[in-house]
Structures are given as C-alpha cells and as structure tokens.
Design a protein around this ligand. Structure first.
Ligand code: SF4
Length: 638
C-alpha cells in the first residue's frame, strides 16, 4: 500500500509525504455515456435505464458523505440528457428511465426536459422517475410529468422534525415546504410516500424527537385531505458519523438512548397509516465502525468472516455475536475494543483517512462543525456565494449548472399519430441451448425487453403500474428443451406476422428461437386455459424397464411432496398421469392439465427411479388442446 501507518490509538502519528487526491471529471459532457448497455438476461433490482444528470450536491447537509466527497455540482447539458434518455431506451428495452443525481430536483430545466421526453415516451408506456425529491423542488409541473405513466414512489427526507435541528444539519427546508410537497404529491394521485428521519444527531433534545411526531401527524393530516387512506412509510435511522464530513468527529449516540427514542417514536407513531421500518441497531454499530474505521478494521472483518459472517446486509444472515467474538480477538491484538471507533474524536489529531484528500479543507469542516452548534446556515454555493470549501480552482473545477435552454427534440422520432388499431399476436418459440436453464421469470423479462426493443409499440395495461399486455404459457421445468412455448402480446398497430417474427427474433439471445407468429383482431384465449395435456420425450441410456412403468401406472394414488410458499404440501399426482410409453428407445410421458395444474416431469422421473440425469435429454415438443387429440396419438403410438 501507499504508506505504512504509524498509529497512536485511533489517530495517525503523522501523514505520509504523498497525499491521495480525488480525481474529478470537470465536465460530464466531455466523457462518453454508455447508451448501448449490456442487457442482463435476468431481471435486476434496478430494472431501468439510468441517466446521470448531475454529479455533486452543494446543499451542504452536514451529515451527508456524498454531499462532501462529490463536490462541486456538475450538471450534464440538457440536450445531452435528452439524447441519452432517448437512445438508451431505444437500445435497451427498459420501460422506465431514472434520472440519477444526489438531488435531481436541482437540475435546471427538469420540468421542460420531462415534458419533452413524455411527448415521446407516454404513448410507448415508458415512465420517468427520480430517486428522491427535495421538497422545495416538488412543484406541480414536475409531479405532473412524473405521474404521466407510472407513479413511482416519492421519497421526502425532512431528516429532522424540528426547524432547530434542520438548521444545524443545514437542511434548508421548512415545515411548510414539506407539507406543500406532500399536498402536491397526494393531489396528483400518489397514495404512498416515504419519509426519512434521523435520530441521535449531536445536541439533539427530547423536543426534537417530539417534533418528528408532530411533523409526521401534520403530514398525515395533509395527505388525508386528498386520500382517505394514505400510506406513509417512515424510516427513522440513527445518525452515523461519516469520514470527510463536518460531523466526522462526533460519536454514535449511546445504544440505550437510541433504543429509548426509537421506542418512543414507535409508540407515538402507531397509526394504521404509518409503516415504520425496523432498524437493527447492531447493524448501525457495524456501519459506524466501517464508516470511520482504519485499515486495522480489515483484520476484524477477516476474523468475523472466518467465524461465519457472510452477506450480512441480509438481516437474517446477520449475527452480531460473531462480531463480538471477532472484537475480542481484535482487542487482544490492538489493545482496545471496537467500541472505541464509535466514540468522539479529537479535532486536533490526525484522523486515519486524512491521507486522502477530497479537496475540502479541514478548516472548512471544522468551521462547518461550529456552524452546526450555532445553527448557522451555509448557503448552497451553486446558487449563492462560495463558502470556500477548497474544492474549486474556478477555472476547470467549478460548479457547472446547465442553462436549461435550447433543447432540440428533433432526434426523438415521434411516430406519426395513427388511430390505434390493436392487434393480438401469438408467438410460438423454442427454448434450447443455455436458455433451457432460464427461469420462467427470466424468460418473461427477456421476451418483454425484446418486444420493447423491437419498436413494435406494445399495448400497456394497468393504471398505476402499467406493464406490456403480455401472457405466457405454463412455466417450463428448468433443463427441458421445448419447441412449444407460447408468448401472447398486443400491439397498437397491425403488422404482418413475418415482420413481427423477425423484429422480435433480432433481439433474442441464442437459445430462444421464434418458430411462428400468428395474428388476430381479437384477444387469444389464454394458452394456459387451452392446454389440456403435454408430452415429454425423455432420451437416456438408462430407460426404465416396462414393468416399472406398468407398476407406476397401476397405482390409484401417487402422493408427492411439493414445496409451496406456505410450507410443504402433499399432492396426489396420479390424476395428471395420462400414460407413459416406451417407444423406439424414447420414454414418452403424457401428462394432463387439470385446473391449469399438472404433474412435474421430474416428479415422474423420480418415481421411475431415473434420478441420475447426467446423460438425459428431456424435450417438450407437443401440447394438446383436447384430450381426444391426446388419446388418438397415444393409441397410435407403439
Ligand atoms: S469551492 Fe466554493 S463554489 Fe466550489 S464547491 Fe466549495 S463552496 Fe462551492
């Protein structure tokens, strides 16, 4: 590593000769943006196209790590954002664009940008979203544009309940701003908002906690004027001091105090409209340890991992006792416990992260900490005067605010408006190669994205969360080849079937092959309802003896255990087994559907003791839409 630290407790005795300086992209428009992105075949959590519209935020909330390490504000040119959004959507198949920024509402010209994008996107069912909204920027025009297709959640972060605390943390919004934003959101039809509050901030009093209760109920009263049953999700997080911020010297509040305050808030906010998110204070302690740790904390993590800590962000995996045991080992080695990392630090000493420079001077951070105690505002330097944090050289590195003008929408390719003439299409496709291992949900994701990318203009359905109007046949068991998979969808226009076939095939991965497409002016009957039976062909070196098959078929009842979401259930699958035949070295399994349920081919193979499936190929090439059809075929099979 760069240097060998010489520690004195939690501090460095001296700084190395060379300091690591943060790299800064001065102008976001000068670097290319990936509009042709690699599309995952599985559905991802962030299932949307993302445009970074701004880097940095100069509101100067004194607890906020990102607010300090990403200075100054650099907004992408509005034309650049527009072009990226249009191209990104056209090439990706997503049907949501998220405009990423620490404070998207600050982006100049956002209303105009959204309005122009919606001219293209609304008819295509593509929605716009922003990660969170500062309440002072949640105006009617912006919310109207955001709600045109889908109302994604609105997050409002007052952070503190009282004006006094908001002044300390430099959150320059008033109670009126918060209530106004809530009013606008609910008047535009939002039914759920998320609120973020922090507790355990330095110098917090009981009155500040009470103010969270009072503000929450005022928000509820405001929401109720527009919605009788509003949903308000409230997250109350303990303040965790972060390196490189003005509060980096402050401690994590005592556990007992946090518990008392959290319990008090939970009690006071017990109302059906409020949904209070659970907080695990042990996880908070780990977060606090990591956010102001030094490289010795790596030893603790390695020790914890060797004791079983793994994927701890999943709370059911998290076991704090593992960290306590690792902490004992740590204490033996370094002479102090991990609790030390959570305590107040001395401003005169050298903090272990000071060999990294964000560009912000220590003097500025100390001044801001003093302003915290005095409750003095520091204004947003991107719209007011510079407060001399030290980041800018004012030539290359400086705030860059887009002028929000001159948007040219010629590249947006609006389709000529035609009278919608909805047509329905049924596509039969094959699954082969790696695609036999894709789950049903992944196949839905892949087909939907291909449909969106094909620009065939699918019809969307659903009022609050519109999705393409599609349906698929029954889920194919994993590992089975098939030429009888079905995908139904509706398009706003009439196309020739072969055009639809080639338009979709173009965007499908290897292993998904369109066999045929048929069109109809009326909706097809559900393929699941139509399906009365299926035949699986099993190819293997080790097929069962005919006597084993006959023995199975002679049973009146065959009970198997199935795992359901509500536990393990026993099901009699005998009624689903129509017949099993050995024909020309192939095992043919005929299964019936009843109320859209059937037997699973793997259950049948287990019953035939065909558990070793390494050399086995299973194909599903035949569906039956009447039982007579199936009977006829069985009677004509040797
Ligand atoms: S140097 Fe001044 S203008 Fe630049 S980010 Fe800091 S406070 Fe803002």
């Amino acid at each position: 590593s760069l240097f060998k630290p010489d520690y004195d407790g939690l501090y460095l005795k001296s700084l190395p000769n060379k300091i690591v300086h943060r790299a800064i992209i001065n102008n976001l428009d000068s670097v290319s943006y990936p509009v042709s992105q690699i599309m995952p075949l599985v559905q991802t959590v962030q299932d949307r196209f993302v445009v970074e519209i701004q880097r940095g935020c100069n509101h100067g909330c004194r607890f906020c790590y990102a607010g300090y390490i990403y200075r100054p504000v650099r907004q992408r040119d509005i034309q650049g954002v527009y072009d990226i959004a249009i191209n990104g959507i056209n090439r990706s198949g997503f049907y949501e664009v998220s405009f990423l920024s620490l404070s998207a509402g600050d982006y100049r010209g956002l209303d105009e940008l959204f309005s122009r994008l919606n001219e293209i996107f609304v008819s295509r069912g593509i929605s716009l979203s922003i990660p969170s909204l500062r309440v002072d920027s949640a105006g009617p025009a912006l919310l109207r544009e955001l709600s045109r297709v889908k109302k994604t959640g609105i997050t409002i972060a007052p952070e503190a309940g009282s004006e006094r605390m908001r002044r300390k943390i430099n959150k320059d919004i008033t109670e009126q701003d918060v209530l106004k934003a809530v009013e606008v959101a609910f008047s535009y039809g939002w039914e759920l908002i998320k609120l973020y509050f922090m507790i355990g901030l330095p110098e917090e009093t009981e009155a500040d906690i009470e103010a969270i209760v009072s503000l929450s109920y005022k928000i509820l009263d405001t929401a109720k004027r527009y919605n009788k049953r509003p949903d308000i999700n409230i997250t109350i997080s303990p303040f965790v001091p972060k390196a490189h911020t003005p509060l980096q010297w402050d401690r994590l509040e005592d556990r007992e105090v946090l518990i008392t305050r959290l319990n008090y808030l939970r009690r006071k906010l017990s109302h059906p409209a409020f949904n209070i998110k659970k907080i695990n204070l042990h996880l908070t302690e780990i977060e606090a340890l990591l956010s102001r740790g030094d490289r010795r904390v790596a030893d603790l993590l390695i020790e914890a991992n060797s004791l079983g800590a793994y994927l701890d962000a999943w709370t059911d995996n998290f076991d704090f006792s593992v960290y306590q045991r690792a902490g004992e080992v740590f204490k033996e080695r370094y002479g102090f416990g991990i609790d030390e990392y959570l305590k107040t630090r001395d401003k005169k000493r050298i903090l272990p992260w000071e060999f990294i420079s964000t560009g912000i001077s220590k003097e500025f951070l100390i001044r801001e900490r003093e302003n915290y105690s005095k409750g003095i505002w520091t204004e947003d330097c991107s719209i007011s005067t510079c407060s001399m944090c030290g980041v800018c050289d004012f030539e290359e590195v400086k705030n860059r605010i887009n002028d929000g003008r001159g948007l040219n929408t010629a590249g947006g390719v609006k389709r000529p408006s035609v009278t919608e003439s909805i047509s329905y299409y049924r596509m039969r496709y094959a699954r082969e190669g790696d695609m036999i291992y894709a789950s049903h949900l992944d196949i839905i994701n892949i087909l939907t994205k291909a449909l969106m990318m094909s620009r065939l203009e699918p019809v969307f359905k659903g009022k609050f969360n519109p999705r393409p109007d599609i349906s698929l046949g029954h889920a194919l068991p994993i590992g089975v080849y098939s030429t009888t998979e079905y995908f139904d969808f509706a398009l706003k226009r009439e196309y020739a079937s072969y055009d639809v076939k080639s338009a979709i095939q173009r965007f499908l991965p290897a292993g998904l092959r369109v066999m045929e497409v048929i069109a109809s002016k009326s909706r097809f009957e559900s393929i699941c309802k139509m399906t009365k039976g299926v035949r699986y062909d099993v190819y293997s070196e080790r097929l069962p003896d005919i006597s084993v098959i006959q023995n199975l078929l002679s049973q009146e009842s065959i009970r198997v255990k199935r795992e359901k979401t509500d536990g393990v259930k026993e099901v009699d699958i005998r009624r689903f087994i129509k017949d099993i035949k050995l024909s020309s070295g192939v095992l043919r399994v005929y299964l019936l559907y009843e109320n859209e349920g059937t037997g699973n081919i793997y259950e049948i193979l287990d019953l035939l003791s065909m558990n070793n499936r390494t050399d086995m190929i299973i194909k599903k090439d035949r569906l039956y839409f009447t039982e007579e059809e199936m009977d006829y075929e069985i009677s004509n099979t040797d």
